[in-house]
Ligand binder design. Structure first.
Ligand code: LRH
Length: 471
C-alpha cells in the first residue's frame, strides 16, 4: 500500500506532544505538530493534573496536525495509573497526580484486606504506592467512589472526550492493579474484596481497535480536514508504545525506556510470577499484541528534572545541556545513591534530598551542580545495569545488548555510563519511541503497514538506526 498519515498524541509527565507520522512499508517519518508543557497544579486537597488544559492543547495540536497533512487517524497515550471518575458524561473532580501523598492511606487499607504477596499473585505488579487500585480505595474511603459509575485512565478519558466511546485500553489497564496478570481480564474478585464496585470497570479493548469518529462538536472545532479523522486505540500506556518501537533485531536484548521514569526489563510471552521476581520489584505489564513487559520502575530522569526545577526556583536559568556536559567531565568520584529510595518520589527540593541521603548513609554529598548531575546520572546508570542483569537472571534470558529509548537517549553521558556500568553495548534511540510505537499500531490497524511486532521494529531499525555506546 502507499501508506498514510496518522497523529500520535503522547502525554508525558513533564510535556505533551502531537506528532505527525507518515508510515508505509518503507517509511516512518515523524514530525512534531505541537509540543506543550504539562504542569501539575497543587490545590488545597493535593496535587492534580490539569487534564482540561491537556485536552485543550491536544485539540489545538490535532487541529495543527490536520492543517499540515491528510490525517487518517489519531491515537492517544500517556503516563500510566492516573484516572478520572465519571458519573454519566460528567467528570467528578480533578484527577490526582500519582505523586500526591494521599496514596499511603490506600496502601494500608488494601494490604489490610489483601496482603502484598496475594495481590502480586493476581495482578503481577511491582508494588508502587500509586498503582490505581490504591488510589481508588482512597476514593472509596473518602466517599467519592460511590457517586461514580466508571473510572477512565487519562488516555481513555481523552479518547472518550474526542469520540464519546468509553473503554479501558488493556496495556494501561494492566497498570491499575485490578487486571488479572494471567488472563488479561479484570479481576472482579479482587475488586469486590476491596469494595470497588464492578460497574466502574469499563469494557477492555486492545490496541488497534477502532474507537470511532470524532464527536460532531470536536470535528467542527478541528476544522475541515477532520471530517475523515477517526481515533484508533493504541498501546495507551506510554511505556507499551515505547516498547513497540524498540529497534531490536533479535530476542537477546533488554530495553530501558527512559523519560521521567526508567523502565528497565525484557519482553516475555507469558507473565513471570515468581516470588524472587516480586521480591526484586519486577512487574508484569501487558504489552501490545499480548506481550508481557517484565520490568522494574527505576526512578528515572525525574531526579534531574526536579533538581532543575529546584535550581530554577532559586532564581535564574539553568543550562541543562551544559550541566550534563560538565557532569560528563567530573573526574573526582561521586557518591552512588539509591535512586529508588521512596524519599525521592514526591515533588520538592531534590538536591537537598540527595544531600540528605548521602549524609544519612555516611558518604560525602556532591558539592557542585555538575557533581549533583553526575551523581544522578551515574546512580541511574548503576541502577539500570543492576536491573538489566537481574531481569536476565530472573527470566533466563541471555542479554547481549541494551536498547535505551525515549528522552534519555539524548543524554550521551547517561548512555555512556550505562554501557560502562553494565559491560554491555547500549544502543540509544529513538528519542521519540513512544510516539513511533503509537503511530505504528495505528498504521497497522489502518493497513498502512502489516506484520507482527518484529516487523514493526524492523521498520524502526531501517528508518531510525540507533547510536551505539560501547562498554
Ligand atoms: C512512564 C510511566 C511508567 C509508570 C509511570 C506512572 O511515563 O507510564 O510506566 O509506571 O509513568
Amino acid at each position: 500500500t502507499g501508506g498514510g498519515t496518522v497523529a500520535a498524541v503522547d502525554l508525558g509527565a513533564t510535556s505533551g506532544r502531537v506528532m505527525l507520522a507518515h508510515v508505509s512499508a518503507r517509511e516512518l517519518a515523524v514530525t512534531e505538530a505541537a509540543r506543550f508543557p504539562n504542569t501539575p497544579v497543587r490545590t488545597i486537597d493535593g496535587l492534580h493534573w490539569d487534564v482540561l488544559g491537556l485536552y485543550a492543547r491536544t485539540l489545538a495540536g490535532l487541529a495543527e496536525a490536520v492543517r499540515a497533512g491528510d490525517v487518517a487517524s489519531a491515537g492517544i497515550d500517556s503516563w500510566a495509573v492516573d484516572y478520572a471518575l465519571l458519573r454519566g458524561t460528567r467528570m467528578l473532580g480533578v484527577p490526582f497526580h500519582y505523586r500526591d501523598e494521599r496514596t499511603a492511606r490506600g496502601v494500608a487499607a488494601v494490604h489490610a484486606v489483601v496482603p502484598p504477596a496475594e495481590l502480586f499473585a493476581v495482578n503481577g505488579l511491582q508494588h508502587l504506592p500509586f498503582n490505581t487500585v490504591f488510589q481508588l480505595v482512597v476514593d472509596r474511603l473518602d466517599g467519592v467512589l460511590d457517586a461514580a459509575d466508571r473510572f477512565l485512565l487519562v488516555p481513555d478519558l481523552l479518547t472518550y472526550w474526542l469520540t464519546g466511546t468509553a473503554a479501558a485500553e488493556r496495556t494501561n489497564a494492566s497498570t491499575t492493579g485490578l487486571l488479572d496478570a494471567r488472563t488479561g481480564e479484570w479481576s472482579t474478585g479482587l475488586a469486590r474484596r476491596l469494595g470497588i464496585p464492578g460497574r466502574v470497570l469499563q469494557p477492555l479493548v486492545d490496541p488497534g481497535a477502532d474507537a470511532g469518529p470524532l464527536l460532531p462538536h470536536v470535528a467542527a472545532q478541528l476544522g475541515e480536514g477532520a471530517a475523515r479523522l477517526r481515533v484508533t486505540t493504541v498501546g495507551s500506556h506510554d511505556t507499551a508504545s515505547a516498547v513497540v518501537a524498540v529497534p531490536a533485531t533479535d530476542a537477546d536484548v533488554a530495553y530501558i525506556s527512559c523519560g521521567t521514569w526508567g523502565l528497565v526489563g525484557v519482553e516475555l510471552e507469558h507473565p513471570e510470577l515468581s516470588d524472587a521476581g516480586r521480591a526484586a520489584g519486577f512487574t508484569n505489564e501487558r504489552g501490545v499484541d499480548g506481550r508481557v513487559r517484565y520490568l522494574h520502575n527505576v526512578m528515572g530522569l525525574w531526579l534531574l528534572s526536579e533538581s532543575v526545577r529546584t535550581w530554577e526556583a532559586d532564581g535564574g536559568e539553568v543550562d541543562l545541556p551544559g550541566l550534563v556536559r560538565a557532569a560528563g567531565q567530573v573526574a573526582d568520584p561521586v557518591p552512588i545513591i539509591d535512586v529508588d529510595d521512596p524519599g525521592f518520589l514526591p515533588p520538592g527540593d531534590m538536591p537537598a534530598r540527595i544531600t540528605g541521603w548521602c549524609r544519612a548513609h555516611g558518604v560525602e554529598p556532591p558539592a557542585t551542580r555538575a557533581a549533583v548531575v553526575r551523581t544522578i546520572l551515574a546512580s541511574l546508570a548503576d541502577a539500570f545495569a543492576r536491573t538489566v542483569h537481574r531481569a536476565a537472571e530472573l527470566t533466563g534470558r541471555r542479554v547481549r545488548t541494551i536498547h535505551l529509548v525515549g528522552g534519555g537517549a539524548r543524554n550521551a553521558v547517561l548512555c555512556r555510563l550505562t554501557a560502562a556500568s553494565s559491560g554491555l553495548p547500549v544502543l540509544a534511540g529513538p528519542v521519540e519511541a513512544t510516539a513511533m510505537g503509537n503511530a505504528l499500531v495505528q498504521a497497522r490497524a489502518l493497513g498502512f503497514v502489516s506484520g507482527d511486532l518484529e516487523a514493526l521494529r524492523a521498520l524502526v531499525v531501517a528508518t531510525h538506526p540507533p547510536q551505539e555506546f560501547r562498554p
